[in-house]
Design a protein around this ligand. Structure first.
Ligand code: ARG
Length: 420
């Protein structure tokens, strides 16, 4: 096949690269089939040099030495391996926790949170390595292209983008053939395509294969992170999470840095089968897609945070914040991490979270998580006021009928008008 013929001739966006101007490309490299084929294909069809960048966001089981070796063997000028777990936890997961961030019916946004950081690092490394263009392996049907390209176009208007998977006409068979012809090691054979996986500290998603059949219940082999609930221990386990200003700082009384705390929570949650979500999602590009998510750390931390926040906030704050949380989650899902509204919302989240300090106990059992204990110096709670037995002090039960009469006044008037 003639490679140069697959370079797109028409460009729809101003940031898409003009092939004549591509001299050195920063490739976001995962070590998988797509980006390995890409590494070779860019050198051949653009006659350009390629610098690779691989970002560690805490995806388990990755051998970065092997990835680097493979990149260099396939002709990369250099391969940068960056451990961005601390930055990811501090600058992306912390605001997400404060915003109780989920999209749709509970997707904790791990991919959506990771992409702007990966793209920001791509910009940094492209600049420091003298690249004029950034290449990534996203398809033209997903959200990730939006998140990555919106980030690059925002932070680095001088850099151009190429997304070969969107333009080359290769299917999986052709990619494997291309790999074989070009000495690119291919794991496994030409048998059916594997699940499409994305993962980091905060969770793991699987797409493709039978997942695209909406009436196909999950096959067991999709769960590679979380123990299937039916195989989880018969004994329940209590986990205590302590927060300071909305950030988890200790697990079962042991102070931990955020990365280690999330990894520990993930391990415990995974053991008990929590954090599985079988989710139909409205993508930004219009498609409805099914994902299988495994997010054991988020399944512990988010409900604990939400509970503590509700305890220290008033009814009015609690009514209001849910709407802002949803807006925050939507912006991040939709690839608008750098949109100023997100920063404005963060200012509110941070302010509210100044009081979100305390400890929440969770009970884990065969796929379920339930809050069982709460304590906070800032709880807007007084056991003697809430108690059924007592009256007096700040709360007088004899005042309640007068309150009810006024509280229900408009509703009663309206009812009468409609029913007379
Ligand atoms: N549907 C999720 C999202 O849009 C997960 C995407 C996973 N990405 C991937 N390249 N496999 O955030």
């Amino acid at each position: 096949m003639s490679d140069a013929s697959q370079i797109p001739v028409t460009r729809t966006a101003s940031y898409e690269a003009d092939p004549a101007q591509v001299h050195r490309v920063l490739l976001l490299y995962s070590g998988g089939l797509d980006t390995s084929v890409m590494l070779k294909w860019i050198q051949d069809s653009y006659h350009a040099e390629v610098v690779c960048l691989t970002v560690n966001l805490g995806q388990p089981g990755e051998d970065y030495g092997v990835i680097e070796g493979k990149a260099l063997q396939l002709g990369a000028l250099e391969c940068h391996i960056v451990d961005a777990r601390e930055e990811f936890a501090r600058d992306y997961l912390t605001p997400a926790i404060r915003a109780n961030a989920v999209y749709g019916d509970g997707y904790p946004l791990f991919t959506a949170l990771g992409r702007p950081l990966i793209a920001k690092l791509a910009v940094d490394y492209a600049r420091s390595s003298g690249c004029d263009t950034i290449a990534h392996g996203c398809t033209g049907k997903g959200n990730d292209q939006v998140r990555i390209e919106a980030t690059i176009a925002t932070l680095a208007p001088e850099l151009k983008v190429i997304a070969p998977v969107r333009s080359w006409q290769m299917g999986r068979e052709e990619e494997i053939a291309y790999a074989r012809e070009n000495g690119i090691p291919v794991k496994g054979g030409t048998e059916s395509a594997p699940y499409s996986i994305d993962d980091n500290l905060w969770g793991r998603s699987s797409e493709g294969k039978w997942i695209e059949d909406l009436d196909h219940a999950p096959d067991d082999d999709v769960f590679q992170l979380v123990t299937r609930p039916e195989l989880a221990p018969d004994e329940a386990e209590i986990v205590e999470l302590t927060f300071e200003q909305g950030v988890p700082v200790a697990l079962n009384g042991r102070q931990l840095g955020l990365v280690e705390l999330i990894e520990t929570a993930a391990e415990i949650g995974a053991r008990h089968g929590v954090g599985i979500l079988d989710h139909i999602e409205d993508r930004i590009v219009g498609l409805k897609v099914r994902d299988i998510y495994e997010a054991p750390a988020a399944a512990l931390i988010l409900p604990a945070h939400r509970e503590l926040e509700r305890l220290v906030c008033t009814i009015h704050q609690n009514q209001f914040k849910g709407d802002l949380d949803r807006q925050w989650g939507y912006l991040v899902y939709a690839g608008l991490w750098w949109e100023p509204l997100r920063g404005d919302l963060d200012a509110y989240m941070d302010r509210v979270n100044e009081r979100v300090t305390g400890t929440i106990g969770l009970k884990l059992y065969k796929g379920h998580v339930r809050v069982v204990t709460r304590s906070s110096p800032n709880a807007v709670y007084d056991a003697s006021l809430a108690s059924f037995s007592e009256s007096g002090g700040l709360f007088s039960q004899t005042a309640s009928p007068g309150f009810i009469e006024l509280w229900s006044l408009q509703s009663r008037m309206a009812w009468r008008l409609r029913n007379e």
